[in-house]
Ligand binder design. Structure first.
Ligand code: ARG
Length: 469
């Protein structure tokens, strides 16, 4: 059974929270409960004793540590309930922080208003799109970052930045504690808490959704009691959504049924391939030193370029990934990803690398790419190995300049053209006709003789041995 949005995923509640999904946001928003109506349900879910007495980790807050809390706030149900609950349970002040990483369809004025209505003493909205694109997405592109068989890590890239902003704002606003909306089942708790514990050992963390043991029903009752606006119908638990500039994920509901093919309503970003245009389109991507700088011949700022690539890909049904994934906390889960921008840009980047690198570079870099992706997936953004690897990625990308054409058609993306001033390629050498005097084909037999020498000797030895039997 799909047990509700937050159980499906990390449920941080930053970005587009389940109940802030545009699908539900349109006209179904309603106050649950009526003004003046009194409710029999009075929830005072206690701070669990385990947390009160013996925090498992040094950075976990004991109730007496908590006076002013920086809450990573999305405007969704979980973090809205948290905003009230923290004030209730800890008698603490709450400063709300919402980080814009380019999640589409968000109204930040509404989110700010909601936070203040719920009693936040301050609410900050930070536009971190440029920083996210430059410092996180570009590094991922240089490392061709994919986890598993198709997850371009958009959430994993976003969390360390969101948590770093939480640290920055907690310090700036005099908070002693950071609160987030993750469950105890996902990767996001790892990414956020590892970041806070690394960057700010003086700060404590609380994760109420992980510890309060409220079910969805109870949570909605709490929302009702406190007149918290719940968007969307409450009968069906929504998908657990997370998104930013680099992609969108859905978890929960039927997605947990591995046997079920995706239902159409899950796709809110990418056009269903069968409904995509009948005409193919070629999009050209220009790179300088591994960084995308232009699209279809037009130079664009990074954020706009990523958004534009995403729009074009989405129109052609490109970037749907139905992914079985091994979470770092041990669970195996299924995610539906919509990653049109990442599909196009990573494909084009990889192609250009293939053109400008040598056979030896191509042997090693994918291994390091994979290690990079794993570290980031696993919440170790601040691990020195990641920066060591980035130094390698930067060096390896020095030559990655040029243009790649990608043909998009009903869900597929295929490279059709490529060019680079740094291509380790000579059309004359490669052609079957002339070698252009650069090397003599007469040299090849000598090479073959030495290249195969050990293999031939070994073959002979084995054959002589078995030959006699
Ligand atoms: N499975 C992906 C990851 O671990 C996406 C998680 C999305 N997070 C969420 N709270 N819905 O990075």
């Amino acid at each position: 059974m799909a047990r509700g949005a937050r159980e499906g995923g990390g449920g941080i509640g930053v970005g587009l929270a389940p109940d802030a999904c545009p699908r539900f946001a349109s006209n179904t928003a309603a106050f649950l409960g009526h003004p003046g109506e009194s409710h029999p349900i009075t929830l005072r879910t206690p701070v669990p004793d385990a947390i009160r007495e013996h925090p498992t980790a040094s950075y976990q807050a004991k109730p007496e540590d908590v006076h002013r809390v920086l809450l990573l706030y999305s405007g969704g149900l979980d973090t809205s309930v948290m905003l009230k609950w923290i004030q209730d349970q800890y008698r603490a002040e709450v400063v709300a922080l919402t980080v814009n990483l380019g999640q589409p369809g968000e109204d930040y004025d509404v989110i700010r208003g909601k936070a203040l209505d719920l009693g936040a003493v301050e609410c900050h909205v930070v536009d971190a799109r440029e920083e996210f694109a430059r410092e996180y997405v570009v590094r991922a592109i240089k490392a061709n970052a994919i986890y598993g068989r198709g997850y371009p890590l958009f959430t994993a890239l976003g969390r360390p930045l969101i948590a770093a902003k939480a640290v920055e704002y907690a310090r700036r606003t005099g908070c002693d504690t950071v609160a987030h909306g993750c469950t105890g089942k996902g990767n996001d708790q790892v990414r956020i808490e590892a970041t806070v514990a690394t960057l700010a050992p003086e700060l404590k963390v609380i994760a109420p959704v992980r510890s309060w043991r409220m079910g969805r029903e109870e949570e909605i009752a709490y929302a009702r009691e406190h007149r918290i606006l719940v968007k969307g119908g409450t009968e069906v638990a929504p998908y657990s959504i997370d998104d930013n500039l680099w992609g969108r994920s859905s978890e929960g509901r039927w997605i947990e049924d591995l046997d079920r093919a995706p239902e159409d309503d899950v796709f809110q970003l990418v056009t269903r391939p069968e409904e995509a245009p009948d005409e193919a389109e070629v999009v050209t991507v220009e790179f300088e030193r591994g960084v995308p700088v232009g699209l279809n011949g037009e130079r664009l700022p990074l954020v706009e370029l990523i958004e534009r690539a995403g729009e074009i890909g989405a129109r052609h049904g490109v970037g749907i990934v139905d992914h079985i994934e091994d979470r770092i906390v041990g669970l195996k889960v299924r995610d539906i990803y919509e990653v049109p921008a990442a599909t196009i840009l990573l494909l084009a980047h990889r192609e250009l690398e293939a053109l400008v690198g040598t056979i030896h570079q191509h042997e090693v870099k994918p291994t390091l790419d994979q290690k990079w992706a794993y570290l980031v997936y696993a919440g170790l953004w601040w691990e020195p190995l990641r920066t060591d690897l980035d130094a390698f990625m930067d060096a390896a990308n020095e030559q990655v300049t040029g243009t790649v054409g990608v043909r998009l058609y009903k869900g597929s993306a295929r490279v059709v053209t490529r060019s680079s001033p740094n291509a380790v390629y000579d059309a004359q050498l490669a052609s079957f006709a002339q070698s252009g005097g650069l090397f003599s084909q007469e040299a090849s037999p000598g090479f073959i003789e030495l290249w195969s020498l050990q293999s031939r000797m070994a073959w002979r030895l084995r054959n002589e041995r078995t030959g006699g039997d």
